[in-house]
Write a protein of this length. Structure first.
Lengths: 479, 489
């Protein structure tokens, strides 16, 4: 039944910018800190205090706009959004309504079938974050912490161009990646430095008009977003099918209960009485300024993907995974620069690193090891100083403790033994102690040699050169 | 004769010459306040005498060490109660800010302190600077030192009354729609509203942010020029602050107006202007003409649109600016409440006075969706057109001359019952704020009731020196009239 319906989705994505100081004062944006320790008269709304725009915020917003093909508004302005709430010390939020900094952009996403689609960006505007309310149930009071008050945000408003949860995830992923590459934000959904509100409506396929939309809030992970979209789509279709109407409203998603409930309808939507903030002057963005920001723009994911294949000869599959996480790309480039073995570096990242990340339940952003150490390990493994089994063991130590592989191998005595005499005497001993396997081998059971190699490696504590062990063993057995 | 009868610059000179100590000057101000406050009520907060004398002692030391040598070093000053002063209650004459003690000092006051000022107290005003009589204060009305039955004007009524009553040597006021010039006119003292952006607004509790400017109130033009020089500065903390190179206002104190061109708007001399005010202002123009200025009448245009545009813009900004007074963070909170919204409603209902509520409602209305374009945007366009009219005028004239108020000070209690009539009294002052221009008001005579009449001179943006020069030349033909209250000591 739902096949007759098309889902129409637009996103409002809030991204916390990575500036050192707040948007309108010089207080630190650092996370944590005792309540109200990162505050001043401006971000606590003291009478008479005035906002002064942090230029870095404008540059980050511009950078994101340029990277998402937006037009930059040369004379953008800030507006006040008026509403009363205790986390908002002035009882208005400084935001942009009439002249947002970026407009009419878009990014290309890859669809599941490999096709491509452009998702339009309606606008990007700058605004300030609010403080945090802490409700003390025991004392029956609420306390306000203004440390977050005035932390800079950009809101990226998409066009209603998405049609499925997959497209939404692809869009968010691309957006996140671009912003991380720009260094404008770390974009962590769980920690709230990236937040997405989903505007969704459904309509019968082929209809020209949009249906009535709802806005879904409190979506803290990609999984929650996908689930909420599925749920809301079905809810709206059920309503329509049973002859009821979708009400334009804001809903809150509860990911534990996999259920959303209405927060407020359009009828009781607030009138924010937006007007230009008279305390701030219009921001004039000159050609020179745009040029400056453009010049500082790093290589973006799409360009990198092409270059990795062209310059390093990596397969597209490798290049996609490496460029799909800024951290991977950073480590890859730095380590390759040192050791000159791109495919080997790529392999360590794509296999062992990803395995260990999963094992430790970590994000790529949490990787702490130095690319220098990975490069050294590649050299040790490729130069035959350690065999592949030992290399994996050393890499684990690099991954968890960022040890220096050269030193580690030396201290632990993990160098591969290439000394033929030493190997030969150990192998003679193994052959002598395992007559059964020797006989099996001679009777045509080729597998038996594996056991003997294993016994040799065990005796050598894994450090033997496997090629040499094989050779010597075969020679002895053929006597 | 009290030391407070001297002008600020005269007193500063005596202090510098060691004829008077800073402590003696401060003591004279404190004594005058003790003697006169009961009659005039210029102050919301008078500082503790010992604290004032301690500060005076420090300033005296710095003068002796030679680290302070400006014209205002050691001179006692009163500050309007809408400028934040660290450690000193700052109320905006509102109940909602009762008990509020700022954690920082406004930039203009800081500048004064660096110039060696000794603050004696915070002056009364119309609540949040909304009013023309200083009767909307939550801390009692201020009376006109020339006649205690009359209002001192507003909203800087406390500052102007304190200067006229000689409770301090000079004062700071603020002017959003005439709040320095009109009470100066009523109290027979001199005050300047500078070009928007000349004095930092950081720490000035906002009424209409795009219109507010801090300015001096004093006995004469010389004082005003010296004070303005001291408080003006480019301030990074105020985004609307201007970088200016020409802040040496005292250099314009020249008794020479030969060849200067004065425009007199015909529209300022029509219906509603008191005949005695008209005569005094016309006589002042004649004095300047006799001194060699060129005088011409002209049509300014759009005069009748200034008041509606002003009230729409100022109230819109105020409705948002005053939202932060909510009982959550500082100031007044209602005693009994149930839940957040009830606390908001009761605190604000009890904390704000009638005039403030009226303007918040008016401002909220003009910003509401569906009305924004019809009122607020239209008012902004009108503001731009008014600025153009002034630009046209200043392409021909150096100074525009007119009255500061249609009448002299009305009787106490006669204004608030008819707010529209009260708003219309701002006809000569609000357009100056809408256009961001500098304006000066100085005494130019008395009416038959013995109440002062003010002369207003308006200059082009950044041309304070033109109005200072002309006001100074005019002033040179007159002697300063001390108010009756000044002689009570």
């Amino acid at each position: 039944m739902s096949k007759e319906y098309e889902t129409v989705i637009g996103l409002e994505v809030h991204v916390e910018l990575a500036t050192k100081t707040k948007i309108f004062c010089s207080c630190s944006t650092e996370f944590g800190g005792a309540p109200n320790s990162h505050t001043c008269p401006v971000c606590t709304g003291m009478p008479g205090a005035l906002p002064v725009l942090n230029r870095k915020v404008v540059e980050y917003a511009m950078a994101v706009g340029l990277a998402t093909n937006c037009e930059i508004t040369r004379n953008c302005k800030f507006d006040r959004k008026n509403y009363f709430y205790p986390d908002n010390p002035q009882n208005y939020q400084i935001s942009q309504l009439y002249l947002p900094i970026c407009r009419n952009g878009g990014i290309e996403i890859e669809l599941e079938d490999g096709g491509k689609k452009t998702i339009g960006i309606h606008e990007i505007h700058m605004e300030e974050d609010a403080g945090k309310l802490v409700h003390d149930e025991a004392e029956d009071v609420s306390i306000v912490d203004f440390n977050r008050s005035g932390v800079p945000l950009i809101e990226i408003v998409s066009e209603p161009d998405m049609r499925s949860a997959q497209e939404v995830i692809a869009y968010l992923d691309k957006l996140r990646l671009i912003i991380q590459y720009l260094g404008a934000s770390d974009c962590k959904l769980q920690e709230g430095s990236m937040r997405a509100d989903v505007n969704l409506s459904v309509r019968k396929e082929g209809e020209a008009e949009f249906g009535t939309r709802t806005e879904m809030k409190n979506l803290n992970s990609f999984r929650a977003i996908a689930r909420a979209i599925e749920n809301e789509k079905n809810r709206q279709i059920d309503l329509i099918e049973s002859g009821e109407k979708v009400v334009q409203e804001t809903r809150r998603w509860d990911d534990n209960k996999e259920y959303s409930y209405a927060m407020r309808s359009k009828e009781d939507a607030k009138d924010y009485r937006y007007f230009p903030d008279p305390d701030l002057v219009p921001v004039f963005i000159s050609d020179e300024w745009i040029k400056e920001v453009k010049a500082r723009q790093p290589e973006l994911p799409t360009e990198k993907l092409a270059r990795y294949q062209r310059e390093y000869g990596l397969p597209e599959y490798d290049a996609k995974i490496l460029t799909g996480e800024k951290k991977f790309a950073d480590i890859f480039e730095a380590a390759t620069e040192i050791c000159g073995k791109p495919k080997k570096v790529s392999n360590w990242l794509m296999v062992e690193t990803i395995r260990l990340l999963k094992e430790h339940d970590m994000d790529p952003a949490d990787i702490r090891f130095s690319p220098v150490h990975l490069a050294k390990l590649v050299d040790l493994a490729e130069g035959g100083t350690v065999n592949s089994t030992v290399a994996k063991e050393v890499f684990e130590a690099v991954f968890t403790d960022d040890i220096d592989p050269e030193q580690y191998v030396k201290e632990k005595g993990l160098q591969t033994v290439n000394d033929e005499g030493a190997l030969r005497s150990v192998i003679e001993e193994v052959v002598k102690n395992n007559p059964k396997s020797v006989e099996d081998y001679k009777n045509g059971k080729d597998k038996a040699i594996g056991f003997l190699v294993g016994q040799t490696m065990k005796a050598m504590k894994g450090k033997a050169n496997p090629g040499m062990v094989n050779g010597i063993l075969k020679e002895i057995l053929s006597r | 004769m009290s030391l407070m009868s001297l002008t600020a610059v005269e007193l500063g000179r005596k202090i510098k010459a060691k004829e008077v100590s800073v402590q003696e000057a401060a003591q004279a101000a404190m004594d005058a306040i003790m003697a006169k406050e009961e009659s005039v009520n210029s102050f919301v907060t008078v500082l503790d005498e010992q604290e004032v004398l301690n500060r005076a002692g420090q300033v005296q030391k710095m003068i002796e060490e030679g680290t302070l040598n400006g014209p205002l070093a050691g001179v006692p000053v009163a500050v309007k109660d809408n400028m934040c002063t660290k450690g000193i209650p700052t109320t905006c004459s509102s109940k909602i800010l009762s008990g509020f003690i700022p954690t920082y000092t406004s930039e203009a006051v800081k500048n004064l302190e660096s110039a060696g000022a000794v603050i004696v107290g915070k002056t009364n005003m119309d609540e949040f600077a909304m009013g023309s009589t200083t009767e909307t204060s939550a801390y009692g009305v201020t009376k006109n030192p020339w006649n205690l039955e009359h209002v001192p004007g507003g909203s800087s009524g406390g500052s102007c009354a304190a200067v006229a009553a000689e409770e301090c040597s000079y004062a700071l006021g603020s002017d959003t729609g005439g709040s320095i010039r009109q009470p100066c006119s009523f109290c027979g003292v001199t005050g300047i509203k500078p070009t928007y952006g000349t004095v930092s607004r950081y720490g000035l509790i906002a009424y209409g942010s795009s219109l507010d400017q801090i300015g001096p109130v004093a006995k004469d033009v010389t004082d005003c020029a010296a004070i303005l020089e001291a408080i003006s500065s480019y301030d990074k903390k105020d985004s609307t602050s201007m970088k200016r190179e020409d802040l040496d206002f005292t250099s314009a104190l020249k008794d020479d107006v030969k060849g200067m061109k004065i425009g007199i708007p015909k529209d300022y001399f029509g219906k509603g202007l008191d005949k005695q005010v008209e005569n005094a202002v016309s006589a002042a123009a004649k004095v300047l003409e006799d001194k060699g200025a060129f005088i011409e009448e002209f049509d300014l245009g759009l005069v009748e649109y200034a008041i509606p545009a002003y009230y729409v813009i100022a109230c819109a900004e105020a409705s948002s600016n005053l939202a932060r007074f909510d009982g959550v963070k500082y100031g007044y909170r209602t005693k009994d409440y149930e839940g957040l919204h009830n606390m908001y409603k009761k605190s604000r209902s009890e904390g704000f006075g009638t005039e403030v509520k009226r303007r918040i409602m008016l401002g909220s209305f003009v910003l509401s969706s569906g009305y924004y374009d019809a009122y607020y945007l239209r008012a902004l366009r009108t503001k731009a057109l008014i600025k153009k009219e002034f630009d046209k005028a200043f392409s021909k004239y150096d100074v525009i001359l007119g009255p500061a108020s249609p009448s002299t000070a009305p009787k106490l209690g006669s204004s608030l019952s008819d707010p529209v009539k009260m708003y219309l009294g701002d006809i000569y002052t609000v357009s100056v704020n809408l256009a961001g221009l500098p304006g000066i008001c100085l005494p130019c005579g008395m009416d038959d009731k013995g109440l002062p009449i003010g002369l207003q001179l308006i200059g082009d943006c950044f041309k304070e020196k033109n109005i200072i020069r002309m006001a100074y030349a005019y002033e040179c033909t007159k002697t300063y009239q001390h108010s009756p209250l000044s002689d009570r000591l």
